[in-house]
Design a protein around this ligand. Structure first.
Ligand code: DGY
Length: 330
């Protein structure tokens, strides 16, 4: 490669200034700074001749797209989740994929716990009532919600974020922690978290508050549906900070409407940014627009890590957080 010619990359979403400057120092950058993500057609068009792409969770990288962009060597997403990327197709074409784990763990866990609290203690419902002029008096059961401290916290998906939520529940709120995960944690980690491994059905039956933090994949699609909701306590709350497609939203809306579970807190939605209309009309659901990792320090750290990955991947250095490192040695 001619040393004077910088590799061409696409930065497909708006990025912090310092991150963009670092990328511009290393690459010839084609920058999409619009608020609306590129359409699949525009993404394909803008990837022509590019060797790398910086994306977020809103751009889908499919096998078809990779075939239409044969110069691509690196896909770096500013997200820990990578269900929007066909990893196997990337690996088969020797395209390196990276994500941004770790840097968002604690702020996402903070938000997961905040959403649990807001849901159990009916905060959004109370604020809506107050703003609408519906606050007339005090009474003993006015907006009475579920207890949080000392109750049983269930966690489905016990990766880094699940463990960080478990710590908040155990050490901050004196909760008993039960969890289910594809693989069981080492005994010393279980002991540190005070977490008990149980089967999925037992988790659903035991949890006063169930938090979903598992990765989204064909296996976890709608893994909380009518049958699973039927196992939960009628007083239970369900919180989803993972991916919308993990929950069958129609089944959840029915369970909430019929008070088969007490409440839900949802930060992610199957068709986001569209929200299932059935959920919008229910009082016992707290809805937030996919912001669990949204603190400025965390978002800067995620963007910087995505850029570091892209720079390393295309300059022969070791990317900090590769998802398919086998591509590097192939
Ligand atoms: C993540 O990092 O996966 C968050 O959900 C933001 O996309």
């Amino acid at each position: 490669m001619n040393a004077a010619v910088k590799p061409a990359v696409l930065v497909a979403r708006r990025a912090p200034t310092e991150v963009l400057e670092a990328l511009r120092a290393a690459f010839e950058v084609d920058y999409h700074d619009g608020e609306v993500p590129l359409s699949p057609e525009a993404l394909r068009e803008r990837l022509q001749g590019k060797v790398g792409v910086y994306i977020t969770g809103t751009e889908r990288i499919t096998a078809e797209l990779l075939d239409a962009a044969p110069s691509l060597r690196a896909v770096c997403t500013m997200s820990v989740g990578y269900n929007h990327i066909d990893l196997a197709a990337c690996t088969a074409r020797r395209v390196l994929v990276t994500n941004t784990p770790d840097v968002l763990t604690e702020s996402t866990a903070d938000f997961g716990f905040a959403l649990l609290m807001a849901t159990a203690r009916r905060m959004s419902e109370g604020e809506r009532l107050l703003r609408d002029g519906g606050w007339k008096s005090w009474s003993w059961d006015f907006l009475a919600g579920a207890e949080v401290h000392g109750t049983t916290l269930g966690i489905l998906g016990m990766g880094r974020i699940g463990q960080a939520i478990a710590r908040r529940g155990r050490f901050g709120f004196g909760m008993q922690v039960v969890y289910h995960n594809r693989s069981r944690l080492p005994a010393d980690t279980e002991a540190e978290l005070g977490a008990r491994y149980v089967g999925k059905d037992e988790l659903l039956r035991a949890a006063d508050h169930l938090v979903l933090v598992l990765p989204y994949s064909p296996e976890s699609h709608h893994c909380i549906g009518a049958a699973e909701l039927a196992l939960m306590k009628p007083t239970a709350t369900l919180v989803n900070v993972a991916r919308g497609g993990i929950v069958d939203e129609d089944a959840l809306a029915a369970a909430l409407r019929e008070r088969r579970i007490a409440a839900a807190g949802l930060d992610v939605f199957e068709g986001e940014p569209r929200v299932n209309p059935a959920l919008l009309t229910l009082p016992n659901v707290v809805l937030t627009p996919h912001i669990a990792s949204a603190t400025l320090p965390t978002r800067h750290a995620m963007a910087a890590l995505a850029a570091d990955n892209l720079i390393a991947a295309l300059t022969g250095a070791a990317p900090p957080t590769p998802l398919n490192p086998e591509v590097l040695s192939a």
